[in-house]
Design a protein around this ligand. Structure first.
Ligand code: NAP
Length: 277
């Protein structure tokens, strides 16, 4: 990038109006007194390739990718990190100076950093994790938990074949549990994660019975709208340590901001407030 060129970044999805990423990156640009812009872009699937090939020519240094394009960008990128390949989706693109598009997935990093901050007492090796859901986000969560050294992951999803596929892709530390049985394995968990979209504003509630959760179990939800889901509220009432999903969103943005703008940002209470504004 030439010295007088202001770096541009953004987020591509459809719809995109709900995204909190623009407020977040704008906050960091202002905090670190940096030049740059971060723009939300509502792009239909049919235009994705053309847009991604054009943005670098306009001064973009990279973009975040969200629903429904996280899988499709892997077909367009020139270089894909091992973890994005394993997860089967990317959320961060870097437009390199040599013209190549580099795809990465930082969701798992964001998930783990959020847990480390929100539940520092959680020791990955201490026991099994229960993961509810087997969609794209679940794949990132499972990859990060395996990396962190979790000995066993019990995974349960409404559509069983999706969980079976995930277990086949990620190996022997995964065990699939029928969706109707999910409540029965919660007592084994030292960590329980909701990666489904259930409990989100406008979606049905998560109906898995939670009375099996043991006191002190760490419980986290990927849903962050609302911030306090019924799942987290019920778990807290049973003496569990709860961590909301907003921190994952904030932490997954850290490596991207650093790569694009050259400064590693800090996630603190001001960052949370900016994202909630
Ligand atoms: P996805 O690939 O569409 O997966 C959705 C998951 O929810 C699947 O497991 C799906 O089960 C399950 N589900 C949906 N409706 C259901 C219902 N009525 N009953 C039972 N299960 C149901 O979506 P995703 O990308 O994994 O995202 C999942 C959630 O994580 C979303 O709420 C998203 O906003 C959130 N998320 C948060 C962050 C963060 O930074 N906090 C990051 C990524 C994602 P089936 O397979 O049976 O359909």
């Amino acid at each position: 990038m030439s010295l007088n060129k202001i770096p541009l970044a953004g987020v591509i999805g459809s719809p995109i109006a709900h995204s909190k990423s623009p407020q977040l990156h704008k906050h960091w640009l202002k905090t670190y007194e940096m030049q740059g812009f971060y723009i939300p872009m509502d792009i239909p699937s049919a235009d994705l390739r053309e847009v991604l090939l054009t943005l670098p020519k306009m001064g973009f240094v990279g973009v975040n990718i969200t629903i429904p394009h996280k899988e499709a960008v892997l077909e367009i990128a020139d270089l894909i990190t091992d973890r994005a390949t394993l997860i089967g989706a990317a959320n961060t693109l870097i437009f390199r100076k040599d013209g190549k598009i580099h795809a990465d997935n930082t969701d798992g990093y964001g998930f783990l950093e959020n847990l480390k901050t929100g539940a520092p007492q959680w020791v990955p090796q201490a026991g099994p994790a229960v993961v509810l859901g087997a969609g794209g986000a679940a794949r990132a969560v499972v990859a990060s938990l395996l990396d962190a050294g979790v000995p066993e992951i019990l995974i349960s999803n409404r559509t069983r074949v999706r969980a079976d596929k995930l277990a086949a892709d990620f190996g022997q530390r995964l065990k699939v549990v029928d969706w109707v049985q999910a409540g029965n394995v919660l007592e084994e968990a030292v960590l329980t994660v909701n990666t489904t979209s259930l409990g989100m504003i406008g979606k049905p509630e998560l109906r898995v019975p939670l009375d099996g959760l043991r006191k002190g179990t760490v419980v986290t939800d990927l849903v962050y709208a609302p911030l306090q889901t019924n799942f987290l509220r019920e778990a807290a009432a049973q003496g569990c340590v709860t961590v909301d999903g907003l921190g994952m969103l904030l932490h997954q943005a850290v490596p991207a901001f650093e790569r694009w703008f050259g400064q590693r940002p800090v996630v603190d209470s001001a960052t949370r407030a900016a994202a909630l504004r």
